[in-house]
Write a protein that binds this ligand. Structure first.
Ligand code: NAD
Ligand code: DAU
Length: 351
């Protein structure tokens, strides 16, 4: 094996796509997936590669420093792709401390263990931190987030991610740890946990349940197909400059209400329902506290410096995503049994 790479959070949504890409594209890399298997982590997401000779799964917590140190001692990692996080804004509003523990303490434990393991020789080592556009705060109707936009996080989730980004840069400047960062806009695609807007609405349309729209549905997000995100990570990991940050986005802004109407339109057609039937399910509910109005990414640095562009048009990506959920309803049923029911009850039935 030419390199040993640690991927954290590889059993989650983005992490599973990233793990699959690296395991398949780089047979000479050994990929170690470290994941705590929280409610969001699911080994079913990786069934097709679990027997690959260059892949290994380890269950564990990134916030357990002695365990993380032992992982570095055992595997002699050359690189880290750090995806593990608590990722849902609504859960961060209900339970901010869990977000500090995993996103801040967990990231610092990984940085510390990497620094200790690599301090004698940092050559060819890379610590890549995967982050979000939410650290930049909320845009008005104009403008885009660039890599120079000042941080202005507004939810416990984005504050914890902003803090982790600062620690990554602090390790670069203070200890010369070789780091790279990227901040991406909203992802969508297969294996997306159905607490997030798109998979939640797909699931509710299938079952003819209400589609909860926060506030007036006017908030805007910039959606990117998950495989385009991981192709950008691959490029930055191999070709990006150390110490640099790259914004990744789809140039694909949708207000929540228009997005959900497009979902309804496509699903009525795929499910042979009467046109307009699913739109009747749209239900306006109490707004998210501190709800950011608009996110939009300027990814021109990534295009200019490394030649990356999204490959898919949104309507096609959405169509592929819906088809995947329609063909994988057992996956949906499995992840929404048990504790998901309590979450749904608390999140939506008190609104
Ligand atoms: P996810 O919630 O689907 O997956 C997170 C994974 O991390 C899960 O497998 C979970 O089990 C694991 N995990 C959580 N706590 C852990 C811990 N303490 N130790 C080890 N593993 C732990 O998240 P996602 O949507 O795939 O996001 C992955 C990363 O990408 C996150 O850092 C997130 O901030 C970032 N991001 C997400 C999006 C998006 O739209 N989903 C956009 C930009 C950036
Ligand atoms: O921008 C990147 C971020 O995108 C990632 O860092 C986060 O991990 C990821 O969860 C996502 O955050 P959002 O809060 O934008 O995603 P979510 O799918 O939760 O919500 C999208 C929009 O839809 C947001 O404006 C809130 C709204 N919404 C969401 C849910 C779950 C609703 O109107 N109703 C809902 O039931």
């Amino acid at each position: 094996m030419s390199k040993t790479i640690l991927i954290t959070g590889g059993a989650g949504f983005i992490g599973s796509h990233l793990t699959r890409l690296f395991v398949k594209k780089y047979p000479d890399y050994k990929i170690v997936n470290l994941d705590k298997l929280t409610y969001a982590g699911n080994l079913e997401n990786l069934r097709d590669i679990e027997g690959a000779p260059n892949y290994q799964f380890v269950k564990g917590d990134i916030a357990d420093l002695s365990f993380v140190r032992s992982m570095f001692e055992q595997h002699h990692f050359d690189g880290v792709l750090h995806c593990a996080a608590e990722s849902h804004v609504d859960r961060s509003i209900a339970n901010p401390l869990e977000f500090v523990q995993t996103n801040v303490v967990g990231t610092v434990c990984l940085l510390q263990a990497a620094f200790e393991a690599w301090s004698e020789n940092m050559e060819d080592k890379i610590f890549y931190h995967i982050s979000t556009d939410e650290v930049y705060g909320s845009l008005g109707t104009e403008g885009f987030f660039t890599e120079k936009t000042a941080y202005d996080p507004r939810s416990p989730y984005s504050a914890s991610k902003a803090s982790s980004d600062h620690f990554v840069r602090a390790f670069y400047h203070t200890y010369k740890l070789p780091v790279k960062l990227s901040n991406c806009s909203n992802n969508y695609g297969p294996f997306h946990f159905p607490e997030k807007l798109i998979p939640l609405c797909i699931m509710n349309i299938i079952h003819r349940r209400p589609l909860p729209i926060y506030g007036k549905g006017e908030n805007v997000r910039d959606w990117l197909y998950v495989e385009d995100h991981v192709s950008a990570i691959d490029l930055i990991f191999h070709k990006g400059k150390l110490g640099e940050t790259y914004n990744i986005g789809g140039h694909n802004e949708w207000s929540n209400i228009n997005l959900v109407k497009e979902l309804c339109r496509q699903m009525d057609s795929k499910l042979s329902r009467k046109s307009g039937e699913s739109e009747q399910l749209i239900t306006y509910v109490k707004d998210r506290a501190g709800h950011d109005l608009r996110y939009a990414i300027d990814s021109s640095k990534l295009t200019r410096d490394l030649g990356w562009k999204p490959s898919l048009q949104f309507e096609e990506g959405l169509s592929r995503t819906i088809d995947w959920y329609l063909q994988n309803q057992t996956w949906l049923e499995d992840v929404t049994s048990g504790s998901y029911q309590n979450y749904y009850q608390q999140q939506y039935h008190r609104r």
